[in-house]
Ligand binder design. Structure first.
Ligand code: SF4
Length: 226
């Protein structure tokens, strides 16, 4: 099976605890005003990737000490079959990796971002999320800023789903960020570009743009502008 993918990155350090593999699904029809990832909206954009190739990335990340997988987008649930296969495979592969590390280390967790609210999830969505340890749910609402870590607006909820999710995320449910929670990665695969990973505080993207400009880097098509 294939998924349309916007990007992958390891080590991702700004969307979930620890060093993680990030996989961003392509395609989102929810069109939140103020979304910083408009480049992920087009369902025909990004690139097709085999789930087996994504799982190879996960295996490599586990070998490199990954503490978790973060799946974001775009809207991962708009490719529910591919998401189900990815999470099932990621769950299967993490146990041997943990045994190889030291036999008792923490199990890497699986975190999924979705713009849907729990009440909107269909049986197909719920099946796709069967192996997720935690979800961050809800549309981005620009008018409801928050400082809660890993959430873009105050309506979004971090929801542990499993005992591992509880253990890993309970300390962060009410934890607030202090800024600086963004990671910038130079990406030249489609011409000169910078990818910014993480959830910005209000006004933080403007500061990033200003800082880049002062360093001589002018963003021509930032993904957060219509
Ligand atoms: S914030 Fe998330 S759910 Fe909303 S439009 Fe952007 S990618 Fe889609």
């Amino acid at each position: 099976m294939e998924a349309r993918i916007s990007a992958t990155h390891f080590p991702l350090e700004t969307l979930g605890p620890g060093r993680r593999l990030g996989i961003w699904f392509q395609g989102c029809s929810l069109a939140c005003a103020g979304c910083m990832s408009r480049h992920t909206w087009d369902a025909d954009g990004g690139r097709p990737k085999r789930i087996s190739d994504l799982l190879e990335l996960w295996e490599a990340a586990l070998g490199g000490g990954a503490e978790g997988l973060t799946v974001s987008g775009g809207e991962p649930l708009e490719q529910a079959g591919a998401l189900a296969e990815l999470l099932a495979g990621a769950s299967r592969l993490r146990e041997p990796a943990r045994r190889e590390r030291d036999g008792s280390g923490d199990m890497p967790d699986l975190l999924v971002y979705t713009g849907y609210e729990p009440a909107e999830l269909t049986p197909v969505h719920r099946r796709a999320l069967r192996h997720a340890d935690a979800l961050i749910t809800g549309r981005y609402r620009a008018g409801q800023p928050t400082r809660l870590v890993w959430r873009g607006s105050a309506n979004q909820r971090l929801r542990p789903l499993t005992p591992l999710g509880e253990a890993r995320y309970a300390p962060h449910l009410a934890r607030e960020g202090t800024g600086g929670g963004l990671q910038a990665v130079v990406d030249t695969r489609e011409g000169p570009g910078v990818r910014i990973y993480g959830v910005p505080l209000r006004g933080e993207l403007r500061r990033v743009e200003r800082g880049l400009r002062e360093a001589g880097v002018v963003l021509r098509r930032p993904s957060w502008r219509p």
